[in-house]
Design a protein around this ligand. Structure first.
Ligand SMILES: [Zn+2]
Ligand SMILES: [Zn+2]
Length: 352
């Protein structure tokens, strides 16, 4: 089959590789679409989370083409999406019910250690319907289905911020995760959501997806804009947002996010940073802030499918480009151009 193999930062080769072999507990999916994730950009540019020889790609949809002898409840010909991250079930974090923090996730999952879905076919080990393989609900297109994975990331993040109708939330950085977080915060009932970005196209999209206010950081003082809605913080310093989500990956904006969060507020960090970040930690103490990172997802896939089916969030408007597998390097360069793209998909079957 044809697959895109990571060779070195900035270089992915589309080449012929052996077809995946289906074990008794596995299934093989003929991939329709696979999205480029923000974390894939870190892999592509810096070589993060990836070794040469890896087939990347973990946000995908497709059709089940082979079912292992011991797999029940999944049949060939079914349109599905699948959760790429595996968990061992026996490490301390798994035993605690935090499968997303499993100690072996990043070395033995699809696209992380095992071959990913920037390929014509992908193997899902230990396939269990409703656990890591999800048939698409009626009406959900295959391109949209490739976006369930990043939406699961956003849903976990939004849930952890515990939004209520009385809350004003700020989302800094409106890439795919930021925009999906705007949608999920609203879907979970956040009263006001302020979206901040530099790109007019992304800001417009945020407004369409439920942001009640948008702030173009190139044209406006972002702190003043948040203060106008929440009031200034104690002593006139910072602002009083109940929830702030940092999804830009710009170190200075994380520092600003600390200032925007009210005393007792929730700061959630979704981005990855290319360098160390300096923060005024005294503020986090004085404001007794609830700060946490949010990593991937655990059991959010079925909830995302339900939210999509109910129309409480949408996937298609975020998809700005689709490239054939052969053009994956171009797809990555378009995904890196933040002003003109949101979610770039790779179409794996030459006919699609
Ligand atoms: Zn992803
Ligand atoms: Zn584990």
């Amino acid at each position: 089959m044809k697959a895109a193999v990571f060779e070195a930062p900035g270089r992915i080769a589309v080449t012929e590789v052996a077809d995946p072999v289906c074990g008794d507990h596995d299934i093989i999916i003929d991939v329709d679409y696979c999205g480029i994730c923000g974390s894939d950009l870190h892999s592509y540019v810096e070589g993060a989370f990836v070794e040469p020889g890896q087939i990347m790609g973990h946000e995908f949809s497709g059709t089940v083409s082979v079912v292992g002898a011991a797999v029940t409840g999944i049949s060939t010909g079914t349109a599905v999406t699948a959760r790429p991250l595996s968990h061992c079930g026996t490490c301390p974090r798994c035993l605690e019910g935090l499968g997303n923090l499993c100690e072996v996730t990043l070395t033995s999952s699809v696209a992380y250690g095992l071959p990913g879905a920037f390929a014509e076919r992908v193997r899902i080990p230990n396939a269990v319907a409703g656990e890591n393989v999800f048939p698409l609900p009626a009406g959900l297109g295959r391109a949209a289905a490739a976006c369930v994975e990043p939406m699961a990331v956003a849903l976990r993040l939004a849930k952890s911020a515990k939004p209520t109708s009385a809350d004003t939330a700020v989302v800094i950085g409106l890439g795919s995760i930021g925009l999906n977080t705007v949608q999920m915060l609203r879907a979970l009932g956040a009263g006001q959501v302020i979206g901040i970005d530099l790109s007019p196209a992304r800001l417009d999209l945020a407004a369409r997806l439920g942001a009640t206010h948008i702030v173009n950081a190139r044209e406006q003082d972002t702190l003043a804009a948040v203060q106008a809605l929440t009031g200034a913080g104690v002593g006139g310093v910072g602002a009083r947002a109940d929830i702030v989500v940092e999804a830009s990956g710009v170190p200075a904006l994380l520092s600003q996010a600390v200032g925007m969060t009210r005393a007792g507020g929730r700061l959630r960090i979704a981005a990855l940073y290319e360098s160390e970040v300096t923060l005024d930690m005294n503020q986090t103490v004085q404001k007794e802030m609830d700060i946490s990172g949010s990593f991937a997802y655990d059991r959010e896939f079925p909830e995302v499918l339900e939210i999509l089916q109910e129309g409480r969030a949408v996937a298609e408007p975020l998809i700005t480009h689709t490239f054939p597998l052969e053009d994956i390097n171009e797809a990555f360069s378009v995904q890196l151009a933040k002003d003109s793209s949101v979610k770039v998909l790779v179409a794996a079957q030459s006919s699609s």
